[in-house]
Design a protein around this ligand. Structure first.
Ligand SMILES: Cc1cc2nc3c(=O)[nH]c(=O)nc-3n(C[C@H](O)[C@H](O)[C@H](O)COP(=O)(O)O)c2cc1C
Length: 223
């Protein structure tokens, strides 16, 4: 689709979303028993409005000292098992997650004035799932994953480009394998908090918490 038409469509969607968010409200009585249904719905609307970056989320982790750190990552998959993202297993976030496998995710979709906060336990994806995703990526991103020793200090940008050139040569004429130091994590949620902005800061907030029985408990929170 030509960029000019795509941008016009996105603008139309955003205007519609602006009107939508003025009127949107969360009803506890009408909310589904399973927060995944609500998330699926919100995510689909966010995707229509910002097809480029709707899946960007903040990932917060904490070191064993309890010092927190946060950064953006992309949500690449979700289902009843949890929320999946990919990264370098030697990165700062991955080191924090292996020492303390708990994390929080935050989505902020400004056009629809919505936030979603998800907290839970982290597990590493199995190798076959990481392989499948890695092989679905563009070759440039695959080589980039090999070239970047994420979170470590570079002397200069030329050093990074040097790593890239080496891997480009190494894998010339063949498929790029997944680096052993790169793959996915899944966050298995224990709470999901949906926030709908409303006028005068009287926002709506509904929080789902997972009970020992496996059922979700739903409460309205003060904004
Ligand atoms: C919009 C956006 C999306 C990003 N997506 C990812 C991602 O999916 N995986 C990743 O490892 N880094 C991603 N990054 C880079 C991270 O924010 C971060 O700089 C990097 O992962 C190193 O983080 P760490 O040193 O805390 O481990 C993204 C950055 C932005 C701004």
């Amino acid at each position: 689709m030509p960029t000019i038409i795509k941008n016009m469509l996105i603008k139309l969607m955003r205007n519609a979303a602006g009107r939508y968010s003025q009127e949107a409200r969360l009803s506890k009585a009408k909310s589904p028993a399973d927060p995944l249904l609500m998330f699926t719905d919100w995510f689909a609307l966010a995707r229509k409005i910002d097809p480029e970056r709707y899946n960007a989320m903040t990932l917060a982790t904490a070191a064993p000292t309890a010092a927190p750190s946060a950064r953006m990552v992309l949500l690449k998959d979700f289902d009843a098992r949890g929320f999946v993202f990919f990264t370098n297993y030697a990165s700062r976030k991955a080191q924090e997650l292996s020492a303390n496998p708990q994390a929080a995710l935050v989505f902020w979709w400004k056009e629809i004035y919505r936030q979603v906060r998800i907290e839970g336990r982290i597990e590493k994806l199995d190798q076959a799932t990481s392989d499948a995703y890695f092989h679905s990526r563009a070759r440039g991103s695959q080589l980039g994953a090999w070239a970047s020793r994420q979170s470590t200090v570079l002397t200069n940008r030329a050093e990074l480009k040097g790593h890239l050139a080496r891997y480009r040569d190494k894998f010339k004429g063949r498929d790029v394998p997944r680096p052993p130091f790169w793959g996915g994590f899944r966050l298995i949620p224990t709470t999901i908090d949906f926030w709908q902005g409303r006028q005068d800061r009287l926002h709506d907030r509904l929080r789902y918490s997972l009970e020992d029985s496996g059922e979700w408990h739903l409460e309205r929170l003060s904004p």
